[in-house]
Design a protein around this ligand. Structure first.
Ligand code: NAD
Length: 454
C-alpha cells in the first residue's frame, strides 16, 4: 500500500469518528458483537493459521487466543454501561453551588501494532478495548506470523466497514510509513528496541502511547511451597506456546536444597504434560521461524542440560529444556529467553534472589511459589514489576479485571477490561457552576474582609 493510501485510510476512519456515531453505546456494543462473531464464525480458520505459524494445538489456541478473546469481549459487553457511566466529582465548599462529573471520552483513531507470539489475541484484545471506548482503529498485525496476518487482513473487512476498522499488513517499511501519520493513541506490543522507535515517532505528533514489552520474569521457589504443584504450574507456564510468552517464567531462582527437590518434579511434570517424546505431542508448539530457532539453539551452547535439549531445525522444534549451572554472565541470563529453555539458578537465599531480580530492572511479572507470609511481604516491598503473582504464573492474564501491563523496561500503560477501556478513553472532567447565587464574587477583587478571613 503506498503512503498516500495510508493517509486515505486514516482520513476515512477519522471522518467516521468525527461524525460522532462511534460515541453511542449501541455502536460500541454492535462492534464488540461483530468482533465476537468474527472469532466465533472463523474459529477453525484462525486455529489453523495459529497451527501453521506456531504449531499451536486447537485447545491452546482457544485457551490463549480465540476463547480468551471471546471472554474478554463478553466481559466488556457486560460492563460497558457501567464503564461509560459518568462518575460524580466532589466540589469544595468554596465553589458551591456547582457540580462535576468525570466523563470517559473516546480518543479518535488508534493504531494497534501487534507481535507474532499471540498474533490474534494481542491484536484483537486492544481492539476490543478501543471499540468499547468508542474509537476507530488501524490494525498492524505482525508480518512474522504470516498465516495469521493474511487471515486477519481477509476477515476484518468482512466484519467491519473501512471507516470502522482497517488492517495494514507489512513489516518495518509499512509500519514506519504508518507511524509518520498522526493518531490519537498508539498501542504497541513487542520488544523494547522497537518501542523506542515507536516513542520517537509518536513524539512528533505528541501521540500518547501504550507499550506492552517484555523482560526476564523470575520465579522464586522456596521449601514452604507445594513443590509438586509448583513444578506442574511452572512447566505449563513456561512451555505454553513453546516458551514464546512475554510473561512466561524466564528462569527459576531457588536454594540448592529446593532445586534438588524441584528438579525431578519438573522432569516428571514435563513427561506428564508432553509425554516421553514432546516432538510427538499435539500439545507442544513450534518456534516461529528459523531466525528465532537459531537464536535459541545458540543460547544452549555451554549450558548444562539436565532435561530436553533435543532440537530439529526442519520442524522448528526445541524440546522443553531444563538447564543448570548457568552463570549470570551466560547469554541465557543476558536477554529475555522467549523460548522453551528454563534455567534453574541456585541462589543462597531470598536476599540473593532479590538482588538477582533487581539486577534485571522491572519485569512484566515477579512470580513466587511460597506459603511464607514474610517472604511475600519482602518480595512485595523490595521488588518492582508489572504484576506480583504468588503460586501461579501466566494465569493472571485470564482475569479480565486484572490490569495487564509493565513498568519501566517492561512497558507503560495497561490493557484488559476496565484498564483497557481507560487506556483508550480520556477521562474528561465536566464542571458546571450555576450563575446564581454568585459565590465566586467573594474571591474576586477588590479583595474585601471575606477573602482575608479565608
Ligand atoms: P515482532 O517482530 O512481531 O514485532 C512487533 C511489531 O513491531 C510487529 O508488528 C512489527 O512489524 C513491528 N516492527 C518491527 N520492527 C519495527 C521497526 N523497526 N519499526 C516499526 N515497527 C516495527 O515481535 P517481537 O518484538 O519480536 O515480539 C516479541 C517481544 O514482545 C518480546 O520481548 C515479548 O516479551 C514482547 N511481548 C510483550 C507482550 C506484552 O503484552 N507485554 C506480549 C507479547 C510479546
Amino acid at each position: 500500500m503506498p503512503n498516500s493510501q495510508f493517509e486515505t485510510t486514516l482520513q476515512t476512519l477519522r471522518n467516521n469518528f468525527d461524525s460522532g456515531v462511534t460515541r453511542s453505546i449501541e455502536w460500541r456494543r454492535r462492534r464488540l458483537q461483530q468482533l465476537d462473531r468474527l472469532l466465533q464464525e472463523n474459529a477453525a480458520a484462525l486455529e489453523a493459521a495459529l497451527k501453521s505459524d506456531l504449531g499451536k494445538c486447537a485447545v491452546e489456541a482457544k485457551l490463549t487466543e480465540t476463547a480468551f478473546l471471546r471472554s474478554e469481549i463478553a466481559h466488556a459487553l457486560r460492563h460497558l454501561k457501567c464503564w461509560m457511566r459518568p462518575r460524580r466529582l466532589g466540589m469544595p465548599l468554596s465553589l458551591q453551588p456547582a457540580s462535576g462529573i468525570l466523563q470517559a471520552e473516546p480518543l479518535g483513531v488508534v493504531l494497534i501494532i501487534a507481535p507474532w507470539n499471540y498474533p490474534i489475541q494481542l491484536l484483537f484484545s486492544p481492539l476490543a478495548s478501543a471499540l468499547a471506548a468508542g474509537n476507530t482503529a488501524i490494525l498492524k498485525p505482525s508480518e512474522v506470523a504470516t498465516h495469521c496476518s493474511a487471515l486477519i487482513a481477509e476477515l476484518v473487512p468482512k466484519y467491519f466497514k473501512p471507516d470502522e476498522v482497517a488492517v495494514v499488513e507489512g513489516g518495518v517499511a509499512e509500519t514506519t510509513a504508518l507511524l509518520a501519520l498522526p493518531y490519537d493513541h498508539i498501542f504497541y506490543t513487542g520488544n523494547g528496541q522497537v518501542a523506542r522507535v515507536i516513542l520517537q515517532a509518536a513524539a512528533a505528533h505528541l501521540t500518547p502511547v501504550t507499550l506492552e514489552l517484555g523482560g526476564k520474569c523470575p520465579a522464586w521457589v522456596d521449601e514452604s511451597a507445594d513443590l509438586a504443584v509448583t513444578a506442574q504450574r511452572l512447566v505449563w507456564a513456561k512451555f505454553l506456546n513453546a516458551g514464546q510468552t512475554c510473561v512466561a517464567p524466564d528462569h527459576v531462582l531457588a536454594s540448592r536444597g529446593t532445586l534438588d527437590k524441584l528438579k525431578p518434579l519438573l522432569i516428571a511434570a514435563i513427561r506428564e504434560q508432553f509425554g516421553e517424546a514432546p516432538s510427538d505431542s499435539a500439545a507442544y508448539g513450534r518456534i516461529i521461524n528459523a531466525k528465532h530457532f537459531d537464536r535459541l539453539v545458540g543460547l544452549l551452547s555451554d549450558a548444562t542440560i539436565i532435561s530436553g535439549g533435543k532440537h530439529d531445525a526442519q520442524q522448528r522444534y526445541i524440546a522443553p529444556t531444563l538447564v543448570e549451572g548457568i552463570a549470570q554472565s551466560h547469554p541465557l541470563m543476558q536477554e529475555e529467553i522467549f523460548g522453551p529453555i528454563l534455567p534453574l539458578i541456585e541462589v543462597k537465599g531470598l536476599d540473593a534472589a532479590i538482588a538477582s531480580i533487581r539486577a534485571y530492572g522491572k519485569p512484566l511479572a515477579v512470580y513466587a511459589f511460597t506459603r511464607d507470609a514474610t517472604v511475600r511481604k519482602t518480595l512485595a516491598e523490595r521488588t518492582a514489576s508489572g504484576a506480583l503473582v504468588f503460586n501461579m504464573a501466566v494465569g493472571h492474564l485470564g482475569a479480565a479485571e486484572v490490569p495487564f501491563g509493565g513498568v519501566g523496561e517492561s512497558g507503560m500503560g495497561a490493557s484488559h477490561g476496565w484498564a483497557g477501556f481507560q487506556t483508550f478513553s480520556h477521562l474528561r472532567p465536566v464542571v458546571d457552576k450555576s450563575f446564581w447565587p454568585d459565590t465566586l464574587k467573594l474571591i474576586m477583587p477588590p479583595y474585601g474582609r471575606t477573602v482575608e478571613r479565608v
